[in-house]
Design a protein around this ligand. Structure first.
Ligand code: ADP
Ligand code: MG
Length: 390
């Protein structure tokens, strides 16, 4: 068994890890940290909740020279929430050593962000949009970046950030190390890797099943008209202490939240139409248990570590099995037990089959399973076009 001190990390980092009660490296950390320390390019595929943030933040903090006030590591992430979370984790790991991490994202005053950068930042975590604004207005110096990290790369691509990522990568003209973290590996990632990485080392810890073992997959068969009634009954039955409920659109999120608030306390919602302040407040309230049911769009689906989430409930099933894996992956993190429950209508059954293949599981039905039907041939499902607004 590898320990953190076997990895040759400096004492101040080891002390921070001890304080965080990270007793031993997770598998992805044990594999990735030595490669990152060597300066290799790396593609790491690992299931959600496996500790990819620290796999990256630990070696990055180890290598930062604190007397050099330039940005030495740049981490690009898909959402503001994830940027904040990444910055917090980096600050915890590197703070004792004096590493300064900062999250740069849209929706906050650019002036304030500029003065923060001027004051000195070693590790910058940014969303693509605001980062590009800063590059255009020449408010940022990336010429000392030694490590570029693309986190949740598959999600950034499915949000339509391909050109933005290309642009950001092309702005880093000098020699640097590139690390790519993702739960899945669509072809566009292969393309980026092929064009911009130097003999990347690949580590895969998903074994074709991007869903942790500690996660139970359950399903509720329903018709569109009784979906909400069944959801209310379900929540009454399971009394979740920390449930994340996914809906398709902002309007559905708000409608469902209002409906649930009639039956339960401590229900709130999260989507990208809210101001950043409100999003931060809601995220924190959910983390510390003052909200027990959070109704959300996919903004909350990727990367965010709500480490206490016990139940993920999908009010609607997405057509894309990868979305299912990511949404369900909000529960059962870091080998805790979690349950994912998805509502399935007769029309969703073909989608369900593809999901079950992806996660390699048998369905567990809550209540009546769907009646055995004579299957009618359906036209092949076309993938929905990219760029979605969560
Ligand atoms: P991923 O990015 O792979 O989805 P995260 O980096 O968000 O996963 O980590 C998931 C959870 O595991 C977080 O709550 C984190 O604090 C915890 N964690 C990460 N590494 C360790 C470790 N070595 N020991 C204990 N907990 C860890
Ligand atoms: Mg992550």
């Amino acid at each position: 068994m590898t320990t953190f001190s076997d990895l040759g990390l400096e004492a101040l980092i080891l002390r921070a890890l001890e304080k965080m009660q990270y007793k031993e490296p997770s598998p992805v950390q044990a594999m990735a940290i030595p490669l990152i320390l060597e300066g290799r390019d790396l593609i790491a595929l690992a299931e959600t909740g496996s500790g990819k943030t620290a796999a990256c933040a630990i070696p990055v903090c180890h290598r930062i020279r604190i007397d050099d006030n330039n940005i030495q590591a740049l981490i690009v992430v898909p959402t503001r929430e994830l940027a904040l979370q990444y910055a917090t984790e980096t600050q915890k790991i590197g703070g004792i050593k004096g590493v300064k991490a900062f999250a740069l994202y849209g929706g906050e005053s650019a002036g304030m962000q500029q003065s923060k950068l001027k004051a000195g930042v070693h590790v910058l975590i940014a969303t693509p949009g605001r980062l590009i604004d800063f590059i255009y207005s020449r408010s940022i110096d990336l010429s000392n970046v030694e490590t570029l990290i693309l986190d949740e790369a598959d999600e950034m691509l499915s949000m339509g950030f391909y050109d933005d990522l290309e642009f950001i990568i092309q702005c880093l003209v000098h020699k640097h190390q590139t690390l790519l973290f993702s739960a899945t590996m669509p072809v566009q990632i292969r393309k980026i890797a092929g064009q911009h990485m130097r003999e990347p080392k690949e580590i895969t810890l998903t074994r074709g099943q991007a869903s942790p073992k500690s996660l139970e997959h359950k399903f509720v068969f329903c018709h569109s008209h009784d979906r909400d009634k069944k959801l209310i009954a379900l929540i009454k039955e399971i009394e979740p202490s920390h449930a994340l409920i996914f809906c398709k659109s902002r309007i559905e999120v708000e409608d469902l939240c209002r409906l649930l608030q009639k039956h339960y306390d401590k229900v709130d919602f999260l989507h990208a139409g809210l101001s950043q302040d409100i999003r931060n407040i809601v995220t924190n309230k959910f983390r510390n248990g003052r909200i027990t049911c959070l109704v959300a769009t996919d903004v909350a689906a990727r990367g965010l570590d709500f480490s206490k989430v016990t139940h993920v409930i999908m009010h609607h099933l997405s057509k894309d099995p990868e979305d299912y894996v990511h949404r369900s992956g909000r529960a059962g993190r870091a080998e805790r037990v979690g349950t994912s429950i998805a509502f399935v209508t007769p029309r969703d059954l073909p989608t369900l089959n593809r999901i079950l293949q992806t996660i390699a599981r048998e369905p567990i039905w809550i209540g009546e399973p769907p009646p055995p039907t004579t299957s009618t041939p359906r036209p092949p499902q076309r993938r929905r076009p990219y760029r979605r607004t969560p």
